[in-house]
Design a protein around this ligand. Structure first.
Ligand code: B12
Length: 208
């Protein structure tokens, strides 16, 4: 098995120690950071994303794989800035005001990171003004909002309104169990994804 295949398989099996060890080994051996990222870490998370989408694995396995991916990311992150690896875009991601659910949001964030985006995670319980401030501070191409309660979904509309003229430069992607495409259309969001793997596909489409 090639070194990148070892890293990829270790991500899939959620073996953080093995991912870290082999990423360090690859870096020491002079393997290009982009290769480690794309053929090792992201390749592993891609497999996980597809399996999750197909209900072949569940949330715990995704979180364990994501943790393993992060162990490798931690090794290469300091090197990425100098390596010329093209960051695909910046995403500000948070759960809306009044809502403390973050498992799904975190999964979306991890999958986006795995796919090469820089994710600014602003946490949970974000009032519309918090999103606006994050947009001003980080100049993302995409704002992602998560809501798990029917009572907090309305905050998505309020946030889109709050973004005002910034809507011209930023796409809004929404998700969470009660959210639907119909709702996204009603509030004027650019995209809705039912799961983390689709969120990655959508981000690609939004920035295309
Ligand atoms: C875990 C959980 C909790 C945990 C949250 C822990 C945490 N750190 O997140 C705790 C115990 C704290 C909790 C609290 C409450 N909860 Co709760 N909770 C859940 C539960 C069981 C699972 C949610 C979850 O994590 N699912 C797994 C993740 C992976 O799925 P997901 O969140 O849907 O995310 C995926 C997609 O939706 C999408 N996605 C999500 N976000 C985004 C964002 C973007 C941008 C995109 C593109 C995609 C996307 O991708 C994700 C990955 O595939 C659900 C039941 C359920 N089946 O959904 C109830 C549920 C959401 N909770 C519910 C309720 C009522 C509450 C409480 C009000 C209970 C109470 N009386 O106190 C409080 C509210 C607290 C608050 N203010 O937020 C209700 C909501 C009912 C409703 N329709 O409004 C549910 C549906 C349970 C039920 N059947 O009654 N809860």
């Amino acid at each position: 098995m090639s070194d990148m295949q070892v890293i990829k398989e270790a991500v899939i099996s959620g073996n953080a120690a093995k991912v870290k060890e082999n990423t360090e080994k690859a870096v020491a051996g002079g393997v290009d950071v982009g290769t480690i990222l794309n053929e090792g870490l992201i390749a592993g998370m891609n497999v996980i994303g597809v399996r999750f989408k197909n209900n072949e694995i569940y949330v715990p396995e995704v979180l364990i794989a994501a943790r393993a991916m992060h162990a490798g990311m931690a090794v290469i992150k300091p090197l990425i800035a100098n390596s010329g690896v093209q960051e695909k875009g910046v995403v500000v991601l948070g759960t809306v005001k009044g809502d403390l659910h973050d498992i799904g949001k975190n999964l979306v964030g991890m999958m986006l990171e795995g796919a090469g985006y820089r994710v600014i995670d602003i946490g949970v319980d974000n009032a519309p003004e918090k999103y606006l401030q994050a947009v001003k501070d980080h100049k993302p191409q995409i704002v992602g909002m998560s809501a798990l309660l029917t009572t907090t979904m309305g905050q998505m509309k309020a946030t889109i309104e709050e973004l005002g003229s910034y809507r011209r430069s930023v796409k809004v992607m929404i998700g969470g169990a009660p959210v639907t495409q119909k709702f996204a259309d009603e509030i004027g969001a650019d995209a809705y994804a039912p799961d983390a793997a689709t969120a990655v596909d959508l981000a690609e489409d939004l920035l295309a």
